[in-house]
Design a protein around this ligand. Structure first.
Ligand code: DGT
Ligand code: CA
Ligand code: CA
Ligand code: ZN
Length: 581
């Protein structure tokens, strides 16, 4: 069973418990376990089989047993029992942004509203005002949340889509006659959200491939089926499209079905101008003879262009850049030497020991890791004396590790609503890496948010602005912000912007990366790991940076440690020499 599936069931148990007046501690425990499992880089099913699932943070013996039951039987009795108590549409209401169980319970139990459509109608007619806790402001907020959810509906986060695609590809590769099986579409372009899965297989014998595909255990409905293609609906609610091609057409098909549509149109127009035709079956000359198609390079060669990486194929200037020989040499995961935003058990929401983080980072080949735990404004965050103690512990371990890997003493300091930092500047000035982030009052207007961040950047002690726009994919939009102004100040103050690699953040966005590069502001790609295993999530951030046209030279944590330190130290120097400090 896929991680996303396990996480979904645990998350629903939390929702159901909450709606049926279950113990708040239990609700939180299920929700936290769901979050941890959702972003866990390895297979939960496997961890379960090895009897190690309780090693995950937030997974105690009780929840571990539920996961075991799920993985073994595909079902969970506790989930079924609770589901019988609540109409399914009521859970959808609970998932609306900013609407809690109290409100949902009130509209459900006093007005008999059991789905989002009825809730919307009741908000429009004003009937919803008859429920407890609901006034006109709340009613307007509910309508806004329904609209935003509608805008996001039907798309799945990249990491989940990859989690569903991987076992399907693995299965298809075992079908006799199959030479290759790959993802195409937005999944191959590594877009942050995915509408449906597009899968391509190279084989001379399509029938058994189609049969294996429609017969997959996760398939709940076969939507279409032909001799060389099929579309199915998966248990996860997402659609998957399969095409089987002769090996001689595979490259052309891979190009065609990778898209994007606007990239394809531009390529085909270019081909037509050269008297060629490009389709999913191959490249054809004026006489209709095949002149290529086995390899994707054939397509680009036919139109006189170098290979364009899938992440750039959005019709956003990549063809012009290729033509001019100015395609970026996109940053690769192997070029990232370290991670500059990692939590240890000094943050209440992590329980990894420093030694564990170091070991895990070493295994992943990282040369340095900055430990950046939360400051006071976060639950149980560090105050100045505890931060100093923690930094000393980090440095002591660093000395023992002898560079395998190097540990940097840092902090993730909260930017308060006023723009002041949550710790005194003296407490921050000596640290190797200060990440400043906003975690509260996200609904403020743009001018206010912008000035709040600008003030933090002007402090002279910040190295990195953490998850700069605050969005959480699928649940929370970015806060209003004048990014251009933030970038201008970041350049003046020599502050880097973070691409947060947590799968539901991916913030900065791809477009933000391009804007940063244009403004001459460096980027760092960090995991924000809340558990040592999450250090492996760096790849998601790398994909965002690649979609944002970034090269190694645009990303600070591709620098060797000595050079990185020199870059970061400049910051501290400014702080010490700035007037009035
Ligand atoms: P998604 O699924 O919404 O995340 O986005 P895509 O890009 O995966 O779109 P999808 O699944 O509709 O189609 C996959 C690729 O197939 C798309 O990127 C380009 C190609 N394609 C599909 N339909 C058309 C079409 O009507 N014209 C052209 N030129 N290409 C198409
Ligand atoms: Ca697709
Ligand atoms: Ca599709
Ligand atoms: Zn963090």
């Amino acid at each position: 069973m896929e991680n996303a599936e396990v996480a979904r069931v645990l998350g629903e148990i939390a929702d159901l418990l909450e709606l049926t007046g279950g113990n708040a501690f239990k609700v939180r425990a299920y929700r936290r376990a769901a979050q941890v499992i959702d972003v866990h880089p390895g297979s939960i099913s496997e961890l379960c089989r090895e009897g190690r699932v309780a090693e995950l943070p937030g997974v105690g013996a009780h929840i571990a047993a539920k996961i075991g039951e799920l993985v073994e039987t595909g079902e969970c009795r506790e989930h079924a029992r609770l589901s019988a108590l609540v109409p399914p549409g009521v859970l959808d209401m609970l998932r609306l942004e900013g609407i809690g169980p109290k409100t949902v319970e009130a509209v459900w139990k006093t007005l008999g509203i059991t789905d989002v459509a009825a809730l919307e109608a009741a908000c429009r007619s004003g009937r919803v005002l008859d429920a407890a806790h609901v006034g006109p402001t709340r009613a307007r907020a509910i309508l806004g949340a329904i609209e935003r959810q509608r805008g996001r509906a039907g798309r799945m986060l990249l990491h989940r889509a990859l989690g569903y695609a991987a076992p399907i590809l693995e299965r298809l590769r075992t079908v006799p006659g199959v030479r290759r099986a790959e993802v195409a579409g937005s999944l191959r372009r590594r877009k942050e959200t995915i509408g449906d899965l597009d899968l391509l297989v190279a084989s001379d014998d399509a029938a058994p491939v189609v049969r294996a595909f429609t017969g997959l255990s996760g398939v709940t409905a076969v939507l279409a089926e032909g001799p060389t293609k099929a579309s199915v609906r998966l248990r996860a609610g997402i659609q998957a499209d399969l095409r089987v091609l002769a090996p001689g057409s595979f490259g052309a098909a891979l190009h065609y079905f990778t898209g994007s549509k606007s990239h394809n149109i531009a390529i085909r127009t270019r081909a037509m101008k050269r008297g060629l035709k490009i389709s999913e079956y191959g490249v054809f000359d004026r006489q209709g003879r095949v002149i290529g198609g086995a390899a994707e390079e054939d397509v680009f060669r036919a139109v006189g262009l170098p290979f364009i990486p899938p992440e750039l194929r959005e019709g956003m200037g990549e063809i012009e850049a290729a033509e001019a020989g100015r395609l970026p040499r996109l940053v690769e995961e192997s070029e990232l030497l370290g991670d500059l935003h990692v939590h240890s058990r000094a943050s209440s929401d992590s329980r990894s020991e420093l030694a564990e983080i170091a070991a895990s980072a070493g295994t992943l080949g990282r040369r340095y890791v900055a430990i950046t735990d939360h400051s006071r404004a976060r639950p149980l965050g560090l105050d100045a004396p505890r931060l100093a103690e923690h930094a000393a512990a980090i440095r002591a371990l660093d000395a023992r590790l002898g560079g395998r890997p190097h540990l940097l003493a840092g902090v993730e300091v909260d930017v308060l609503p006023t723009g002041a930092l949550d710790l005194p500047e003296e407490a921050l000035a000596g640290l190797d890496c200060v990440v400043a982030s906003i975690h509260s009052h996200l609904a403020d207007p743009a001018a206010r948010n912008t000035e709040r961040i600008v003030r933090a950047l002007r402090s002279g002690v910040v190295h990195v602005l953490g998850h700069p726009t605050g969005r959480q994919l699928g649940t929370r939009d970015a806060y209003a912000l004048d990014l251009e102004r933030v970038l201008d100040v970041a350049r003046e103050e020599d502050v880097a912007l973070e691409v947060n690699a947590m799968p539901e953040r991916l913030d900065l966005t791809d477009a933000g990366c391009r804007a940063a590069k244009a403004a001459g502001v460096p980027v760092v790609i960090s995991t924000d790991a809340h558990d040592a295993t999450q250090l492996a999530n760096l790849r998601y951030g790398v994909w965002v940076a690649r979609r944002g046209w970034l090269e190694a030279k645009d990303v600070l944590n591709t620098l060797p440690l000595a050079e990185l330190r020199r870059r970061l130290r400049r910051r501290g120097a400014t702080a010490r020499t700035a007037p009035g400090r």
